[in-house]
Design a protein around this ligand. Structure first.
Ligand code: FE
Length: 193
């Protein structure tokens, strides 16, 4: 389901144009706000979920069994995250998320999708040649690591539970959450500490 012709998207664009035309706001200011939601505000929630899963094995089990419910335990949820499935990276399996049809993305845990996530090239190539595309992101995976590509939809949104860096021993959840990047929760990066 494409969101490009969504009445809400059209309305939003019309509002932005009106605000810019009236001199009330600049497009640059709007871009700054959007970027903040892409890279800072949004992924913080996902990072909290990941850090808790790393430090609490019972929470991790609940998270993998029912992502939506376990994420809601942290008072995180809402539109574009009604049905969450969490997939776990292990030494043998690497997960990566795409929306081949458009740009479905788990807003409550990751905020707004980055531009490349919406790019038709990423959407088609990550399915056909995931190892190569991940390599272009700077993530080189050994041939014996299985790559699983998850196709998000309007119904189901995926979150990758990245591997915890072995070098970080302290179970300080806040400090751990700071290590967790947006890209690691989409699956195009790992976390190195
Ligand atoms: Fe979509």
């Amino acid at each position: 389901m494409s969101h490009d012709h969504d009445p809400r998207a059209i309305r939003t664009e019309a509002l932005e144009r009106l605000l810019v035309d009236q001199g009330l706001i600049t497009s640059a200011a709007i871009d700054t706000i959007i970027e903040r939601y892409e890279t800072d505000v949004g992924p913080l929630n996902g990072a909290r979920v990941v850090a808790k899963a790393w430090t609490d094995s019972e929470y991790r089990t609940r998270l993998l069994n029912d992502g939506t419910a376990a994420i809601a335990e942290l008072a995180i949820g809402g539109a574009q995250g009604e049905k969450m499935v969490v997939v776990e990276n292990t030494p043998d399996v690497h997960n990566v998320v795409v929306c081949t049809l458009c740009s479905c993305y788990p807003w409550p845990v990751l905020g707004l999708p980055p531009a490349w996530y919406k790019d038709p090239a990423y959407r088609s190539r990550i399915v056909r040649e995931p190892r190569k595309v991940l390599g272009e992101f700077g993530l080189t995976l050994d041939d014996n690591i299985e790559i699983r590509v998850w196709d998000s939809s309007a119904e189901i949104r995926y979150l990758v539970l990245p591997e915890r860096p072995e070098s970080v021993i302290d179970d300080d959840e806040e400090a751990l959450a700071e290590l967790v990047t947006r890209d690691s929760m989409i699956g195009v990066a790992r976390i190195d500490a």
